[in-house]
Design a protein around this ligand. Sequence first.
Ligand SMILES: [Zn+2]
Length: 231
Amino acid sequence: MSHGDSDELQAARAQLVSYGARLLADGLAVGSAGNISVRLGDIVAVTPSGIGYEDMRPADVCLVALDGTELGGPDAETPSSETPMHLAIYAATAAAAVVHTHSPEVIALSASRPELPAVHYAITSLGGPVRVAPYVRFGSAGLAAAAVGALDGRTAVILRNHGAVTYGRDLAQAYDRALLLEWLARTYRMALSYGEPVILSAAELDEVTAEARRRRYGERRGGPDRNTTAR
Ligand SMILES: [Zn+2]
């Protein structure tokens, strides 16, 4: 823990370490690949570059301002190389947490398809069919721009030959979306093994969204998204 951290920041550091370990356990990344962040007002807490999740401690978590200025002092670790992408997503959306994975099902899909279609209605949690953003080198401003562009109206984007990004109102929701995205990609691949799958229409997806809203899931149990996927 750094001196001067608020309780909220200390909690965010611990949460990023525990979710980093989950990235490995859930097969969403290997080694130190992928990265996650949480926004607390004007500060973003983000996993450091080049430290394996198994070795990461709360004190290793980096703090940056929304303009990318590093706030950690001279002994701080280097923020994730994809910090510009995280910051671009915070600037463009209402995200409070961002999860970037190198999960195999979405990477495999990204190499051969332009989007993940609606093979299951739970995709409404991600805003609909998930686009594959064009390939741009890791850590670049171009990748950040490509990700934000392909996120339009979605809470998830697949990065071609690279991985995926999801966001949410908190880290639990962003992470659940990363798991859902990987599950949907796997399900789609399985469906393709039978031939060309039937895909849900925009009208059918709209009906799901309207029904979830009608049931007021958002007021009862934390949003239509989670409950739509749980049914
Ligand atoms: Zn990456």
